[in-house]
Design a protein around this ligand. Structure first.
Ligand SMILES: Cc1ncc(COP(=O)(O)O)c(C=O)c1O
Length: 456
């Protein structure tokens, strides 16, 4: 029998968890306009809204924060951070930002204009919003299996290479950069194979299109490559990650994921002219280039965290936790995206609630039910996030109606996951009684953050 994969850490600092009654949760839900982002965190028992910025930091990270050098310019902490990131990525210019979307905003402000188009396996919502804000068009070219929640393809984040090649040919001269998101958050936290990344890089290179990685979850992606890709088993996660970064010309990074920090990000580039322009913009809104949008102590914690995120016993435990939750939800009667992704389990709400039409938001309906039943906060990734209306007002649903249960890094234990599965079982037992929601307020950008709803 295989030994149990344990949490490879001891708990040194604890934080109480909210335990509420169903009536209290119902009242909170109404007050929040049925938007879980509007709930006070104190009303949440299991906060699986996101894995972003919610990691528990290690003693080594806290210790590094204490020795940070908070000098305005030329901080020792910046040079340490820069060295760690440069050793890992190989990129020439390392530009700290306060989080991933700040890197995106700066990069796209300099490269995207109306009429230009940016291909990727799948753009995440902040990436898409920032590109569209600058007038660009986002095109997702993920393989067909990546859109099929039941496909067991080991690398469902792969880009369709044939379509990418054709797209680059057809849109010659109007592609300022090409992207790949590792892992593919929008499609279920699914990894991209090294082979696919190599081939995509070659296509971009052949068409002289700069290749930028959205590298938020590079360590989880590299771990999947090691575990699943033929010929990669004997390489370290670090070695694989180093190769992946070197296939591209730069990256945007949110340290709030595989940086294991609560705040921080960076933009890394090889192109010196673009980097100079990026630093000029950085100074306008983020800060001086040796701190970006961060305190030096954030950079110290980030430098330690990004190394810890490549620790293979940590990655093994993290994957085991995600698989354990996915198995539990399946046994509870909730169909999940297969195979489970790197940072979250995605429930296929369209399959779970077939009686709720997309314009009544099956994913969001399920999210609200999980909160009402047991205080679980999850995130809809479906028609609330990506649904659109055409010029005639016709509703265009998202490709999938998913509910993401994201696992904060190093935060919850196995008994927490056991309880989450029990709550899911109770929701599943009453699935046919669940009614959809009507959106009563829709903001212009990123509707899932502030939209308001009422029950049908
Ligand atoms: C794939 C991906 N890209 C970009 C971002 C944006 O990062 P941040 O939240 O740090 O702005 C996220 C955040 O969730 C993400 O998952």
């Amino acid at each position: 029998m295989n030994p149990t994969i344990i949490e490879p850490f001891k708990i040194k600092v604890v934080e109480p968890i909210a335990l509420l009654t169903r009536e209290q949760r119902e009242a909170h839900l109404r007050k929040a306009g049925f938007n879980l982002f509007a709930l006070p965190a104190e009303a949440v028992t299991f906060d699986l809204l996101t894995d972003s910025g919610t990691s528990a930091m290690s003693a080594a990270q806290w210790a590094a924060m204490m020795i940070a050098d908070e000098s305005y310019a030329g901080s020792r902490s910046f040079f340490r951070f820069e060295k760690v990131i440069r050793d890992l990525t190989g990129y020439t210019h390392i530009i700290p930002t306060h989080q991933g979307r700040a890197s995106e905003r700066i990069l796209f402000a300099l490269t995207v204009k109306p009429g230009l188009t940016i291909p990727s396996n799948a753009h995440f919502d902040t990436t898409r919003a920032n590109i569209e804000f600058d007038g660009g068009t986002c095109v997702d070219l993920v393989i067909a299996e990546g859109r099929d929640p039941q496909s067991e393809h080991p690398f469902k984040g792969n880009i369709d290479l044939g379509r990418l090649e054709a797209f680059c040919r057809e849109h010659k001269g109007s592609i300022p950069l090409g992207m790949m998101t590792i892992t593919n958050n929008t499609g279920g936290g699914q990894p991209v194979s090294l082979e696919n990344l190599r081939a995509a890089a070659a296509i971009y290179r052949r068409h002289q299109i700069p290749f930028i990685l959205d590298a938020c979850r590079f360590a989880e992606n590299a771990y999947f490559v090691q575990q699943r890709e033929p010929g990669q088993r004997n390489r370290s996660v670090r070695e694989i990650a180093q190769e992946i970064f070197r296939l591209a010309d730069g990256c945007t990074m949110s340290g709030k994921k595989d940086g294991l920090v609560n705040m921080g990000g960076f933009l890394a580039l090889n192109d010196s002219k673009l980097a100079e322009e990026a630093r000029n913009l950085l100074i306008l809104t983020e800060g001086f280039p040796t701190y970006g949008g961060c305190a030096a102590r954030d950079l110290e914690a980030f430098a330690v965290g990004i190394e810890e995120a490549m620790d293979e016993s940590y990655l093994e435990y993290r994957q085991a936790t995600v698989r354990y939750l996915a198995r539990g939800l399946e046994q509870a009667g909730m169909p999940t995206v297969k195979p489970p992704g790197g940072h979250a389990v995605y429930v296929d709400a369209r399959a779970f609630l077939p009686h709720v039409p997309p314009e009544q938001y099956p994913g969001h309906t399920l999210s609200c039910a999980l909160y009402r039943e047991g205080g679980i906060r999850s995130c809809e990734i479906g028609s609330v996030m990506f649904g659109k209306r055409d010029p005639k007002g016709k509703f265009l649903p998202a490709a999938m109606e998913l509910v993401r249960l994201a696992l904060p890094r190093r935060v919850y234990t196995q008994s927490h996951v056991d309880r989450i599965v029990e709550i899911a079982r109770d929701v599943a037992a009453r699935a046919t009684e669940l009614r959809g929601l009507r959106m009563t307020y829709c903001p212009k950008y990123l509707p899932h953050f502030t939209a308001q709803f009422e029950p049908m």
